[in-house]
Design a protein around this ligand. Structure first.
Ligand code: T5A
Length: 221
């Protein structure tokens, strides 16, 4: 790809972390900063982000696929991701739009990967993601207990979904798996202390993003 074509493409930033770690909050905040700096931004999420993928999301989060086992669930997440990439993410990037995605391939590696062998996850990732890998991944790190509390406080009467309802030690194991992943790919994944107030996390994320993509703003704000 020529340098001009590469510059014309949007950037792909993913947000990862445990339940209630603040991903949706920070997606919105970063989108606001980027728009303020003059970029076109698309906010999206996984599972979901396209009509077919949203239908698969409903099926997965309802727990209807749980008894089919982790391999079947991983394949459903992969099918949703393929549709999302094809119909939402790649067209946006090609149009020069920056794509901010709440969860992506690392969530499969962590949530389904803890119950599956690495080769299966590697193969699914290769087939679905192909070359559309994130330019940057923001990992919001928070003790599982705190994240679950935040998620419950946000909506105390909500029915817990397929993954939320799992026990705290399972969520803590996922947190450690995310951190291990970040250690293995420090060039892509940046870790942020999500126990800090939201506006502090916002500032840290925006600063890291400006540095990573060389975004110039008046007086660096
Ligand atoms: N999944 C997903 C897989 O198993 N495999 C996969 O491949 C993929 C893609 C998706 C589920 O699917 C699983 C993982 C998930 O279990 P979801 O409904 O999309 O589920 O839920 P989550 O992604 O887990 O997101 P949540 O909505 O639970 O939480 P967020 O988005 O991380 O947090 P957010 O921003 O909504 O904040 C939660 C609360 O905390 C407050 C917010 O105001 C809100 O009330 N908050 C803060 N409070 C204090 N300090 C801060 N810094 C705060 N930041 C936010």
């Amino acid at each position: 790809m020529s340098a001009d074509k590469a510059r014309a493409m949007g950037r792909f930033i993913t947000f990862e972390g445990g339940e209630g770690s603040g991903k949706s909050t920070q997606v919105k905040l970063l989108a606001g900063h980027l728009r303020g700096a003059g970029y076109a931004v698309l906010e999206t999420r996984e599972p979901g982000g396209s009509p077919n993928a949203e239908a698969i999301r409903e099926y997965l989060l309802s727990g209807k696929a749980e008894d089919k086992g982790p391999k079947a669930e991983a394949m459903l997440f992969a099918a949703a991701r393929m549709d999302h990439l094809e119909n939402t993410i790649r067209p946006a990037l090609q149009a020069g739009t920056w794509v901010l995605c709440d969860r992506f391939m690392d969530s499969t590696r962590v949530y389904q990967g803890l119950d599956l062998d690495a080769q299966t996850i590697d193969l699914l990732e290769k087939i679905t993601v192909e070359k559309t890998r994130p330019d940057m991944t923001i990992l919001l790190d928070l003790p599982a207990k705190e994240g679950l509390n935040r998620a419950r406080m946000r909506d105390p009467d909500a029915v817990r979904d397929r993954f939320e309802k799992e026990e705290e030690p399972v969520h803590e194991a996922r947190r450690q798996a995310f951190l291990k992943l970040a250690d293995s790919d420090p060039g892509r994944i940046s870790v942020f202390d999500a126990s800090r107030p939201a506006h502090i996390v916002e500032t840290m994320v925006w600063k890291a993003c400006r540095r990573r993509f060389d975004i110039r703003t008046p007086m660096g704000v």
